[in-house]
Design a protein around this ligand. Structure first.
Ligand code: ACO
Ligand code: OAA
Ligand code: MG
Length: 288
C-alpha cells in the first residue's frame, strides 16, 4: 500500500525550497512549473526542477511534477524535463477531458522511448479545476492505466463556478469533492482534496483536513511544510482505533472458526465490511 496523504507543492523557481523540501517528509513532493512560477521564470524553473529530480535526496520519495497545460508554449518542454529528470508522476493541471490524458500519454510514451525509460514507468495524475472537469471526472480517472490519482483543485474550480470558499462544511465544494472521490474510487486510484491557502490559519486547515478524511480522500495537496505534520497527525489512526481494529479482527476470526457469518463485539455487529474497515485501519497505521 503506497501511502499518499500529503503532496507538497514546491515552487519550481525557488532553489532554496527545491533543495530542502525533502526534510519535511511529505508522502509525495510536487515540483510546480505551472501557477507558482511566473511566465518569465518558466525556463529557469524547468532547469532547476530537472536538476532537483536527479539529486539523490529525492530517490526515496515520490516525485511529482506539475507541468503547464500542453496547449501552452511550456507544456511539452516541461514534460521532457520531468520524464528525462526521472519524475515518478506527472500532474496535469486543469484537466477537462479524457482526451487530454490520452494526448499526454502519447507524448509520455514517445519521451520514455527516446530517453530509455521503460514504457509505462511514468505515472500520471490529473487535477480537476473546472465544472467540465468535475462532470468528466470518471472518464478522466479511468483514461489510462498510468493514472494513479486525481486531485480536486479548489482555487480555479471556485472561480469557474462563480463563487468562493466558505468556512464550516463548505457546501460550494460538496458536489465536486463527492464527484472526484467517486471517480477515483470507481477507477481504483487515489484522491486528493483541495489546497488550503492560508498558511497561518491552522484551525481552518484542520477543519478541511477533517472534512477530507471523513469523506474518504487519501489526503490533500499542500503548500506549506507545517501542513504536512498537521495532516499526518490527523490521518494517523489513534491507539484506541488500532486496538479496536485488532479486537474486531480477532472476533471475526473466532466467528470464522465457529462457522458464523456475523457476530457481535460490545453489542456492535461484526460482518465482512466491518472486518474490511478494521483491516484498512491496521494497514494505514502500519504504513504511517
Ligand atoms: C492554487 C495553486 O496553484 S497552489 C500551488 C502553487 N502554490 C505554491 O506552490 C505555493 C507553495 N508555498 C509557498 O511558496 C510558501 O509556503 C508561501 C509563499 C505560501 C509562504 O512562504 P513563507 O512566507 O516563506 O513561509 P514560511 O516563512 O512560514 O516558511 C518557513 C520555512 O518553510 C519553507 N517552505 C515554505 N513553503 C515551502 C514549500 N512549499 N516547500 C518547501 N519549503 C517551504 C520556507 O522556505 C522556510 O524555510 P527556512 O525556514 O529554511 O527559511
Ligand atoms: O491543483 C491544486 O491542488 C491547486 C490548484 O491549482 C487550484 O486549486 O487551482
Ligand atoms: Mg489551479
Amino acid at each position: 500500500m503506497k501511502l499518499r496523504r500529503s503532496m507538497l507543492f514546491v515552487p519550481g523557481d525557488n532553489a532554496a525550497m527545491l533543495s530542502t523540501s525533502f526534510i519535511y517528509k511529505p508522502d509525495s513532493i510536487m515540483f510546480d512549473l505551472e501557477d507558482a512560477v511566473s511566465p518569465r521564470e518558466k525556463d529557469s524553473a524547468r532547469l532547476l526542477v530537472f536538476q532537483a529530480l536527479q539529486h539523490p535526496v529525492y530517490r526515496d520519495i515520490e516525485t511529482v511534477v506539475r507541468i503547464n497545460s500542453l496547449s501552452t508554449e511550456f507544456g511539452r518542454k516541461d514534460l521532457e524535463a520531468a520524464i528525462r529528470g526521472g519524475a515518478n508522476v506527472v500532474r496535469l493541471p486543469k484537466t477537462e477531458s479524457p482526451e487530454a490524458i490520452h494526448e499526454l500519454e502519447t507524448h509520455v510514451t514517445r519521451i520514455e522511448i527516446a530517453c530509455g525509460r521503460p514504457v509505462g514507468d511514468t505515472k500520471l495524475m490529473a487535477a480537476i479545476e473546472s465544472a467540465s472537469g468535475v462532470v468528466n471526472a470518471m472518464a478522466i480517472a479511468s483514461a489510462s492505466p498510468r493514472m494513479i490519482a486525481i486531485a480536486m483543485a479548489g482555487f480555479d474550480y471556485l472561480v469557474d463556478m462563480h463563487t468562493h470558499r466558505s468556512d464550516d462544511w463548505q457546501p460550494e465544494l460538496f458536489y465536486a469533492r463527492a464527484a472526484v472521490l467517486h471517480a477515483a474510487r470507481a477507477a481504483h486510484i487515489d484522491a486528493f482534496d483541495v489546497v488550503y491557502g492560508n498558511v497561518n490559519d491552522d484551525e481552518g486547515f484542520m477543519r478541511e483536513v477533517k472534512i477530507a478524511k471523513q469523506l474518504g480522500f487519501n489526503g490533500k495537496s499542500l503548500i506549506h511544510p507545517k501542513q504536512v505534520y498537521l495532516l499526518h497527525r490527523t490521518y494517523a489512526p489513534t491507539q484506541d482505533e488500532v486496538d479496536h481494529a485488532r479486537r474486531v479482527i480477532a472476533a471475526a476470526e473466532e466467528a470464522l472458526r465457529k462457522g458464523m457469518g456475523v457476530v457481535s463485539l460490545d453489542g456492535k455487529m461484526i460482518d465482512p465490511p466491518v472486518l474490511k474497515e478494521a483491516e484498512m485501519t491496521l494497514q494505514l497505521a502500519e504504513a504511517a
